[in-house]
Design a protein around this ligand. Structure first.
Ligand code: 2P0
Length: 350
Protein backbone atom coordinates (compact mmCIF):
# COMPACT_ATOMS: atom_id res chain seq x y z
CA UNK A 1 0.00 0.00 0.00
CA UNK A 2 1.31 3.48 -0.87
CA UNK A 3 2.46 5.62 2.09
CA UNK A 4 0.14 8.54 2.77
CA UNK A 5 1.94 11.90 2.44
CA UNK A 6 2.37 13.98 5.58
CA UNK A 7 2.47 17.79 5.19
CA UNK A 8 4.00 19.64 8.12
CA UNK A 9 4.86 23.14 9.47
CA UNK A 10 6.27 24.31 12.82
CA UNK A 11 6.33 27.70 14.50
CA UNK A 12 6.65 29.36 17.89
CA UNK A 13 4.70 32.21 19.49
CA UNK A 14 5.57 34.20 22.63
CA UNK A 15 3.60 34.89 25.80
CA UNK A 16 2.57 38.57 26.03
CA UNK A 17 1.95 40.61 29.17
CA UNK A 18 -0.71 43.33 28.99
CA UNK A 19 0.12 46.81 30.25
CA UNK A 20 -3.35 48.13 29.35
CA UNK A 21 -5.66 45.29 30.27
CA UNK A 22 -8.28 43.51 28.18
CA UNK A 23 -11.19 42.78 30.50
CA UNK A 24 -14.73 42.44 29.17
CA UNK A 25 -16.39 41.11 26.03
CA UNK A 26 -19.01 42.92 24.00
CA UNK A 27 -19.67 39.77 21.93
CA UNK A 28 -19.08 36.37 23.51
CA UNK A 29 -19.42 34.30 20.32
CA UNK A 30 -16.98 36.38 18.26
CA UNK A 31 -14.79 37.13 21.30
CA UNK A 32 -14.92 40.90 20.80
CA UNK A 33 -13.58 43.08 23.63
CA UNK A 34 -15.22 46.03 25.35
CA UNK A 35 -11.94 47.98 25.17
CA UNK A 36 -8.64 48.14 23.35
CA UNK A 37 -5.54 46.79 25.12
CA UNK A 38 -1.78 46.94 24.80
CA UNK A 39 0.90 44.39 25.64
CA UNK A 40 4.62 43.82 25.69
CA UNK A 41 6.29 40.73 24.31
CA UNK A 42 9.74 40.53 25.82
CA UNK A 43 12.07 38.27 23.95
CA UNK A 44 14.34 38.20 27.00
CA UNK A 45 11.67 36.33 28.91
CA UNK A 46 11.60 33.82 26.10
CA UNK A 47 8.41 32.12 27.24
CA UNK A 48 7.01 30.51 24.13
CA UNK A 49 4.80 27.81 22.75
CA UNK A 50 6.24 25.62 19.99
CA UNK A 51 3.61 24.07 17.73
CA UNK A 52 3.80 21.64 14.83
CA UNK A 53 0.77 21.22 12.59
CA UNK A 54 0.56 18.40 10.09
CA UNK A 55 -2.04 17.02 7.69
CA UNK A 56 -2.32 13.53 6.28
CA UNK A 57 -4.96 11.27 4.81
CA UNK A 58 -3.42 8.64 7.11
CA UNK A 59 -4.66 10.40 10.29
CA UNK A 60 -7.95 9.25 11.71
CA UNK A 61 -9.27 12.68 12.70
CA UNK A 62 -8.25 16.11 14.00
CA UNK A 63 -6.17 15.90 17.17
CA UNK A 64 -4.42 18.30 19.55
CA UNK A 65 -1.74 17.39 22.07
CA UNK A 66 -0.63 19.98 24.62
CA UNK A 67 2.51 19.29 26.67
CA UNK A 68 2.14 15.61 25.87
CA UNK A 69 -1.52 15.41 26.91
CA UNK A 70 -4.26 14.79 24.30
CA UNK A 71 -6.92 17.54 24.35
CA UNK A 72 -10.58 17.19 23.43
CA UNK A 73 -10.89 19.46 20.38
CA UNK A 74 -14.57 18.76 19.85
CA UNK A 75 -15.50 20.27 23.21
CA UNK A 76 -13.58 23.48 22.50
CA UNK A 77 -15.78 25.74 20.38
CA UNK A 78 -12.94 28.25 20.17
CA UNK A 79 -10.44 25.76 18.75
CA UNK A 80 -13.08 24.54 16.29
CA UNK A 81 -13.76 28.15 15.20
CA UNK A 82 -10.04 28.70 14.47
CA UNK A 83 -9.70 25.41 12.56
CA UNK A 84 -12.79 26.01 10.45
CA UNK A 85 -11.72 29.57 9.60
CA UNK A 86 -8.24 28.40 8.52
CA UNK A 87 -9.67 25.47 6.52
CA UNK A 88 -12.04 27.75 4.61
CA UNK A 89 -9.11 30.01 3.66
CA UNK A 90 -7.15 26.98 2.40
CA UNK A 91 -10.20 25.77 0.51
CA UNK A 92 -10.43 29.13 -1.26
CA UNK A 93 -6.78 28.76 -2.38
CA UNK A 94 -7.37 25.20 -3.58
CA UNK A 95 -10.41 26.26 -5.57
CA UNK A 96 -8.37 28.68 -7.68
CA UNK A 97 -5.22 26.53 -7.98
CA UNK A 98 -5.96 22.91 -8.77
CA UNK A 99 -2.26 21.95 -8.48
CA UNK A 100 -2.38 22.43 -4.68
CA UNK A 101 -2.81 19.33 -2.53
CA UNK A 102 -6.31 19.25 -1.02
CA UNK A 103 -5.14 19.77 2.57
CA UNK A 104 -8.41 21.41 3.60
CA UNK A 105 -10.11 18.01 3.46
CA UNK A 106 -7.43 16.15 5.46
CA UNK A 107 -7.35 15.59 9.22
CA UNK A 108 -5.02 17.83 11.20
CA UNK A 109 -2.59 16.79 13.93
CA UNK A 110 -1.46 19.64 16.18
CA UNK A 111 1.30 19.10 18.74
CA UNK A 112 2.12 21.96 21.15
CA UNK A 113 4.73 22.35 23.88
CA UNK A 114 5.41 25.26 26.21
CA UNK A 115 9.10 25.97 26.88
CA UNK A 116 8.28 27.04 30.44
CA UNK A 117 7.09 24.86 33.28
CA UNK A 118 3.31 24.56 33.38
CA UNK A 119 3.76 24.71 37.15
CA UNK A 120 4.88 28.33 36.74
CA UNK A 121 1.20 29.23 36.73
CA UNK A 122 1.46 31.51 33.72
CA UNK A 123 -1.41 31.95 31.32
CA UNK A 124 -0.41 30.16 28.17
CA UNK A 125 -3.57 30.43 26.06
CA UNK A 126 -2.24 33.56 24.32
CA UNK A 127 0.95 31.91 23.06
CA UNK A 128 -0.92 28.64 22.51
CA UNK A 129 -3.60 29.96 20.16
CA UNK A 130 -1.19 32.29 18.36
CA UNK A 131 1.17 29.38 17.64
CA UNK A 132 -1.70 27.10 16.61
CA UNK A 133 -3.07 29.62 14.12
CA UNK A 134 0.33 30.46 12.65
CA UNK A 135 1.43 26.81 12.36
CA UNK A 136 -1.72 25.89 10.43
CA UNK A 137 -1.52 29.07 8.32
CA UNK A 138 2.07 28.10 7.42
CA UNK A 139 1.06 24.51 6.70
CA UNK A 140 -1.73 25.78 4.41
CA UNK A 141 0.64 28.40 2.89
CA UNK A 142 -1.95 31.11 3.47
CA UNK A 143 -1.02 34.58 2.24
CA UNK A 144 -2.74 36.27 5.22
CA UNK A 145 -0.81 38.99 7.11
CA UNK A 146 -0.13 38.84 10.88
CA UNK A 147 -3.05 41.26 11.34
CA UNK A 148 -5.36 38.91 9.41
CA UNK A 149 -4.15 35.96 11.48
CA UNK A 150 -4.68 37.98 14.67
CA UNK A 151 -8.39 38.17 13.75
CA UNK A 152 -8.52 34.36 13.72
CA UNK A 153 -6.40 33.85 16.88
CA UNK A 154 -8.69 36.31 18.72
CA UNK A 155 -11.50 33.78 18.38
CA UNK A 156 -9.34 31.23 20.21
CA UNK A 157 -8.41 33.54 23.08
CA UNK A 158 -8.63 37.31 23.07
CA UNK A 159 -5.11 37.94 24.27
CA UNK A 160 -3.74 35.51 21.65
CA UNK A 161 -4.18 38.10 18.91
CA UNK A 162 -1.42 40.17 20.56
CA UNK A 163 1.05 37.23 20.46
CA UNK A 164 1.23 37.19 16.66
CA UNK A 165 3.50 40.22 16.75
CA UNK A 166 6.59 41.08 18.75
CA UNK A 167 7.40 44.10 20.88
CA UNK A 168 4.66 46.55 21.85
CA UNK A 169 1.33 45.44 20.44
CA UNK A 170 -2.11 47.07 20.55
CA UNK A 171 -5.32 45.13 20.14
CA UNK A 172 -7.76 47.62 18.65
CA UNK A 173 -11.22 46.84 20.02
CA UNK A 174 -12.85 47.93 16.75
CA UNK A 175 -16.49 48.94 16.39
CA UNK A 176 -17.90 46.65 13.66
CA UNK A 177 -20.34 43.99 14.80
CA UNK A 178 -18.68 41.26 12.69
CA UNK A 179 -15.34 41.88 14.44
CA UNK A 180 -13.44 42.45 11.20
CA UNK A 181 -11.74 45.54 12.65
CA UNK A 182 -10.88 43.92 16.00
CA UNK A 183 -7.25 43.11 15.26
CA UNK A 184 -3.72 43.47 16.62
CA UNK A 185 -1.29 46.11 15.46
CA UNK A 186 2.41 46.56 16.28
CA UNK A 187 3.00 49.88 18.05
CA UNK A 188 6.80 49.44 18.16
CA UNK A 189 9.23 46.54 17.73
CA UNK A 190 11.31 45.24 20.68
CA UNK A 191 14.36 46.92 19.11
CA UNK A 192 12.73 50.33 19.64
CA UNK A 193 13.37 50.05 23.40
CA UNK A 194 16.03 47.36 23.86
CA UNK A 195 16.73 48.30 27.50
CA UNK A 196 13.28 47.12 28.65
CA UNK A 197 13.37 44.16 31.05
CA UNK A 198 10.89 42.17 33.10
CA UNK A 199 10.88 39.54 35.79
CA UNK A 200 7.95 37.40 36.74
CA UNK A 201 7.29 36.71 40.37
CA UNK A 202 5.47 33.42 40.54
CA UNK A 203 3.39 33.83 43.66
CA UNK A 204 1.22 30.82 43.02
CA UNK A 205 1.27 28.12 40.39
CA UNK A 206 -2.28 27.06 41.17
CA UNK A 207 -5.09 27.39 38.67
CA UNK A 208 -7.12 30.56 39.23
CA UNK A 209 -10.47 30.32 41.06
CA UNK A 210 -12.43 32.30 38.50
CA UNK A 211 -11.59 31.84 34.80
CA UNK A 212 -10.97 35.00 32.76
CA UNK A 213 -14.05 34.46 30.59
CA UNK A 214 -16.32 33.97 33.62
CA UNK A 215 -14.72 36.83 35.56
CA UNK A 216 -15.12 39.25 32.66
CA UNK A 217 -18.79 38.39 32.25
CA UNK A 218 -19.43 39.03 35.95
CA UNK A 219 -17.57 42.35 35.84
CA UNK A 220 -19.38 43.57 32.70
CA UNK A 221 -22.75 42.65 34.21
CA UNK A 222 -22.31 43.99 37.74
CA UNK A 223 -19.51 46.54 38.23
CA UNK A 224 -20.51 50.20 38.33
CA UNK A 225 -16.85 51.24 37.93
CA UNK A 226 -16.52 49.23 34.73
CA UNK A 227 -18.36 51.58 32.31
CA UNK A 228 -16.11 54.46 33.40
CA UNK A 229 -13.02 52.32 32.80
CA UNK A 230 -14.20 51.34 29.33
CA UNK A 231 -15.55 54.68 28.15
CA UNK A 232 -13.08 57.13 29.66
CA UNK A 233 -10.10 55.61 31.44
CA UNK A 234 -8.80 53.12 28.88
CA UNK A 235 -9.15 55.25 25.71
CA UNK A 236 -7.09 58.06 27.21
CA UNK A 237 -4.53 55.60 28.63
CA UNK A 238 -4.08 53.93 25.24
CA UNK A 239 -3.06 57.30 23.81
CA UNK A 240 -0.74 58.17 26.71
CA UNK A 241 0.83 54.72 26.71
CA UNK A 242 1.54 54.81 22.99
CA UNK A 243 3.17 58.22 23.46
CA UNK A 244 5.24 56.90 26.41
CA UNK A 245 6.46 53.99 24.27
CA UNK A 246 7.20 56.25 21.29
CA UNK A 247 9.22 58.60 23.55
CA UNK A 248 10.80 55.75 25.56
CA UNK A 249 9.53 57.54 28.65
CA UNK A 250 9.88 54.86 31.35
CA UNK A 251 8.40 56.97 34.11
CA UNK A 252 5.16 57.51 32.14
CA UNK A 253 5.15 53.90 30.92
CA UNK A 254 5.52 52.65 34.50
CA UNK A 255 2.86 54.88 36.04
CA UNK A 256 0.25 54.03 33.39
CA UNK A 257 1.08 50.31 33.66
CA UNK A 258 0.64 50.29 37.45
CA UNK A 259 -2.50 52.43 37.40
CA UNK A 260 -4.11 50.29 34.73
CA UNK A 261 -3.38 47.07 36.61
CA UNK A 262 -4.91 48.65 39.74
CA UNK A 263 -7.94 49.88 37.77
CA UNK A 264 -8.57 46.42 36.31
CA UNK A 265 -8.31 44.77 39.76
CA UNK A 266 -10.56 47.49 41.20
CA UNK A 267 -13.32 46.54 38.73
CA UNK A 268 -12.82 42.91 39.79
CA UNK A 269 -13.28 43.87 43.46
CA UNK A 270 -16.28 45.99 42.42
CA UNK A 271 -17.92 42.98 40.73
CA UNK A 272 -20.73 41.15 42.47
CA UNK A 273 -19.83 38.72 43.93
CA UNK A 274 -16.36 40.28 44.16
CA UNK A 275 -13.44 38.65 42.35
CA UNK A 276 -10.00 38.53 43.98
CA UNK A 277 -6.97 37.71 41.89
CA UNK A 278 -4.23 39.38 43.96
CA UNK A 279 -3.24 38.03 47.36
CA UNK A 280 -1.07 39.17 50.30
CA UNK A 281 2.19 38.38 48.49
CA UNK A 282 0.97 40.30 45.41
CA UNK A 283 0.25 43.32 47.62
CA UNK A 284 3.69 42.99 49.25
CA UNK A 285 5.20 43.19 45.74
CA UNK A 286 3.16 46.35 45.03
CA UNK A 287 4.45 47.98 48.22
CA UNK A 288 8.01 46.96 47.44
CA UNK A 289 7.86 48.52 43.96
CA UNK A 290 6.55 51.79 45.43
CA UNK A 291 9.24 51.66 48.14
CA UNK A 292 12.02 51.12 45.59
CA UNK A 293 10.71 54.01 43.47
CA UNK A 294 10.40 56.32 46.48
CA UNK A 295 13.91 55.48 47.67
CA UNK A 296 15.28 56.09 44.17
CA UNK A 297 13.46 59.45 43.86
CA UNK A 298 12.39 58.33 40.39
CA UNK A 299 10.33 55.58 38.86
CA UNK A 300 12.62 52.65 38.17
CA UNK A 301 10.15 49.76 38.24
CA UNK A 302 6.49 48.96 37.64
CA UNK A 303 4.20 46.05 38.51
CA UNK A 304 1.29 44.55 36.66
CA UNK A 305 -0.97 41.62 37.57
CA UNK A 306 -3.23 39.57 35.30
CA UNK A 307 -6.09 37.35 36.38
CA UNK A 308 -3.97 35.77 39.10
CA UNK A 309 -1.56 36.69 41.93
CA UNK A 310 1.72 36.55 39.93
CA UNK A 311 3.51 39.86 39.45
CA UNK A 312 5.32 41.01 36.34
CA UNK A 313 7.86 43.70 37.20
CA UNK A 314 9.14 45.96 34.41
CA UNK A 315 12.40 47.91 34.69
CA UNK A 316 15.20 49.18 32.47
CA UNK A 317 18.48 47.36 32.19
CA UNK A 318 20.33 50.17 34.01
CA UNK A 319 18.19 49.44 37.12
CA UNK A 320 18.60 45.70 36.94
CA UNK A 321 20.83 45.32 39.98
CA UNK A 322 18.69 47.62 42.09
CA UNK A 323 15.34 46.08 41.16
CA UNK A 324 16.20 42.39 40.94
CA UNK A 325 18.70 42.73 43.79
CA UNK A 326 16.10 44.32 46.08
CA UNK A 327 13.47 41.72 45.25
CA UNK A 328 15.96 38.95 45.98
CA UNK A 329 17.18 40.58 49.17
CA UNK A 330 13.67 41.22 50.54
CA UNK A 331 12.09 37.97 49.45
CA UNK A 332 15.37 36.20 50.18
CA UNK A 333 15.14 32.54 50.88
CA UNK A 334 11.67 32.32 49.41
CA UNK A 335 12.86 32.89 45.87
CA UNK A 336 13.67 29.83 43.85
CA UNK A 337 15.29 30.86 40.62
CA UNK A 338 14.05 29.27 37.45
CA UNK A 339 16.75 29.36 34.84
CA UNK A 340 15.26 29.73 31.41
CA UNK A 341 17.24 29.71 28.18
CA UNK A 342 18.05 33.39 28.71
CA UNK A 343 19.05 33.21 32.35
CA UNK A 344 17.37 33.91 35.62
CA UNK A 345 14.29 35.75 34.43
CA UNK A 346 11.54 33.95 36.25
CA UNK A 347 11.57 34.20 39.99
CA UNK A 348 9.39 31.98 42.06
CA UNK A 349 8.15 32.78 45.53
CA UNK A 350 5.88 29.78 45.91
C1 2P0 B 1 -4.93 40.74 29.19
N1 2P0 B 1 -6.20 39.08 30.57
O1 2P0 B 1 -5.11 41.81 28.57
C2 2P0 B 1 -5.95 40.45 30.28
C3 2P0 B 1 -5.56 41.03 31.60
C4 2P0 B 1 -6.27 38.79 31.95
C5 2P0 B 1 -6.14 40.11 32.62
O2 2P0 B 1 -6.46 38.56 28.41
O3 2P0 B 1 -11.75 34.72 27.30
O4 2P0 B 1 -7.46 34.32 28.30
O5 2P0 B 1 -9.78 33.66 26.17
O6 2P0 B 1 -10.59 35.92 25.48
O7 2P0 B 1 -7.40 36.25 26.66
C6 2P0 B 1 -6.97 36.86 29.88
O8 2P0 B 1 -8.04 36.61 29.07
O9 2P0 B 1 -9.56 35.57 27.72
C7 2P0 B 1 -6.53 38.22 29.57
P1 2P0 B 1 -10.45 34.94 26.61
P2 2P0 B 1 -8.00 35.62 27.84
O10 2P0 B 1 -3.96 39.99 28.98
Amino acid sequence: MAEKSVYRASTTAPVNIAIIKYWGKRDLALNLPTNSSLSVTLSQLSLRTLTTASSSAGYSGDSLTLNGKPQDIQSSKRTLACLSHLRSLRQALESVDSSLPKLSGLPLRIVSENNFPTAAGLASSAAGFAALVRAIADLYQLPQSPADLSRIARQGSGSACRSLMGGYVAWRAGSLSDGSDSIAEEVAPVSHWPEMRAIILVVSAEKKDVSSTEGMQTTVATSSLFPVRVQTVVPSRMDSMEAAIRNRDFSAFAEITMRDSNSFHATCLDSWPPIFYMNDISRAAVRLVHDINRASSKTVCAYTFDAGPNAVIYYLEESSELVVGTFKAILGEDINGWHGPFGDRLLSVT
